[in-house]
Design a protein around this ligand. Structure first.
Ligand SMILES: [Zn+2]
Length: 467
């Protein structure tokens, strides 16, 4: 009995310790704080990130996973890391099924014939050369579709008209994106012929937003597309007048497996080189724009931050910049990295991914059970002149860090202003002219301070294995 009791007691203590993620980090010395401020001010004046982004968008352009652009992006990234003088540059394989877009056309056949602007959703099947013609069945939200009777949906093209709201933190994306990611499976199960949603975007341009979707197993696969915001409004006006018939032609198709790469550049630590701070962005993009904002900006910001740190005093820990492959089609590169590095997870001290555009950073979060951490207050003080506020103890780290976080790695979220992010997201409008060089440099300054400080400080940021 006693033995059993003790075992349970020990286990519960262990469990509590295992789920506690308060920091064991020291604070920076006065001279380190002074040095971090020098780095901050130097980064703020640097145009390095903008020149990296200009290079990526001009010399490579669109980098959809599995395309020749993806391949050129990998070559570009290795070359750029080397040019910038990173100590170690290497790549790790990431394999996935390729998808091709093909032709994408839609027209209102009746009552008032005209073309509308659509794009296929990533991973969607095509309609066949002959296309599909069917009446529209309209739902205001994804939830409304889930509640619909199969009899109302069968043989029709589902249209979901929910319009994503515009906020600084992109908080409406989670609700809006369900129509894109799961709509086809729900509609397919109820016997729909296809689904064409209002784009998950906050603009009024006549440009559709692409993005990934997935089919649930054992559900009939149907073609899935998104129409531009003005075309969704047009369709609603027609539906006020009665039934609408839509014609849809898409030749998108799944393809054979393809191997791309996570491309990695390191600035080697001077005292604890085996301990790493992970920063980065994803190297792949969608194919419609040049992937400047999503996520060329994240690539450029983090490459520049590490390079600016390397030009000065060496940090104690290694700064590892990971340019993630195939993020857009389901965090494939991030999952491959987590699998390959799971045995070294405790050497991954903390990290942050930049993947929310090129707007200025206005706040930062950390992952801890404590709202008060002395190193966080120090960081907040150094970042304050950049307009960055201390946020909350609830960081998620960015999408490509989720698989590492699931293994227990600590993360920070350096939160960008995303008010305009979903105007451009996954559209042909995602191009370099949308990036403000001053905002980009502010991002670099924040990443420089963050990466240097967490690489330098003694102690760690906890290990959270609660997942
Ligand atoms: Zn992204």
């Amino acid at each position: 009995m006693i033995k059993k009791f003790l075992t349970t007691e020990v286990m519960s203590v262990f469990f509590i310790l295992g789920t506690t993620v308060s920091f064991a980090a020291d604070t920076l010395s006065e001279s380190e704080v002074k040095y971090a401020k020098i780095l901050r001010d130097k980064a703020l004046k640097s145009d390095l990130a903008y020149s990296i982004l200009e290079s990526l968008t001009t010399e490579v352009g669109p980098r959809m996973a599995g395309t020749p652009g993806d391949e050129r992006g990998v070559i570009w990234a290795e070359k750029k890391f080397k040019e910038l003088g990173f100590d170690k540059v290497y790549k790790e394989p990431v394999t996935f099924d390729r998808w091709t877009r093909g032709i994408e056309q839609a027209e209102i056949i009746s009552p008032f014939p005209q073309n509308i602007m659509i794009t296929a959703l990533g991973n969607s099947i095509g309609t066949g050369e002959e296309g599909i013609r069917a009446p529209i069945v309209h739902f205001e939200t994804f939830d409304d579709l889930t509640k619909a009777e199969a009899g109302d949906v069968k043989g029709k093209i589902v249209f979901i008209s929910y319009k994503m709201g515009k906020t600084r933190d992109g908080s409406d994306y989670g609700k809006a994106v369900q129509a894109r990611s799961k709509g086809a499976s729900v509609a397919g199960e109820k016997g729909a012929k296809a689904i064409v949603i209002r784009s998950i975007g906050t603009d009024s341009d006549r440009l559709p937003h692409t993005g990934n979707m997935n089919y649930l197993e054992n559900v009939p696969k149907i073609p899935a597309a998104a129409m531009s915001n003005p075309d969704a409004d047009l369709l609603l006006n027609m539906l006020k007048r009665g039934s609408v018939e839509l014609g849809l032609k898409m030749t998108s198709s799944p393809g054979k497996p393809y191997t791309s790469y996570n491309v990695i550049g390191e600035i080697k630590g001077s005292e604890k080189p085996e301990e790493v701070i992970v920063i980065g962005g994803h190297l792949d993009s969608w194919d419609l724009g040049t992937g400047a904002v999503d996520d060329g900006a994240g690539v450029a910001i983090t490459m520049a931050a590490a390079k600016l740190i390397a030009e000065g005093k060496r940090p104690k820990r290694t700064i590892r910049v990971v340019l993630w492959a195939a993020e857009e089609i389901g965090l494939i590169g991030a999952r491959a990295y987590a699998k390959a590095h799971k045995d070294e997870i405790k050497q991954h001290i903390t990290g942050a991914e930049s993947d929310f555009g090129a707007g200025p950073i206005w706040s930062f979060d950390w992952s801890s059970t404590n709202e008060e951490e002395p190193i966080v207050d120090q960081l907040a003080d150094i970042l304050k002149p950049l307009g960055v506020e201390k946020g909350k103890a609830k960081a998620t780290g960015g999408p490509d860090l989720w698989p590492l976080r699931a293994l227990g790695m600590s993360t920070f979220s350096l939160r960008q202003d995303g008010t305009d992010y979903f105007d451009l997201h996954h559209t042909a409008n995602d191009t370099l002219d949308k990036v403000d060089p001053i905002h980009l440099a502010q991002n670099v300054a924040v990443y420089t301070v963050f990466a240097y400080s967490v690489a330098q400080v003694d102690g760690d940021f906890g290990f959270d294995n609660k997942y």
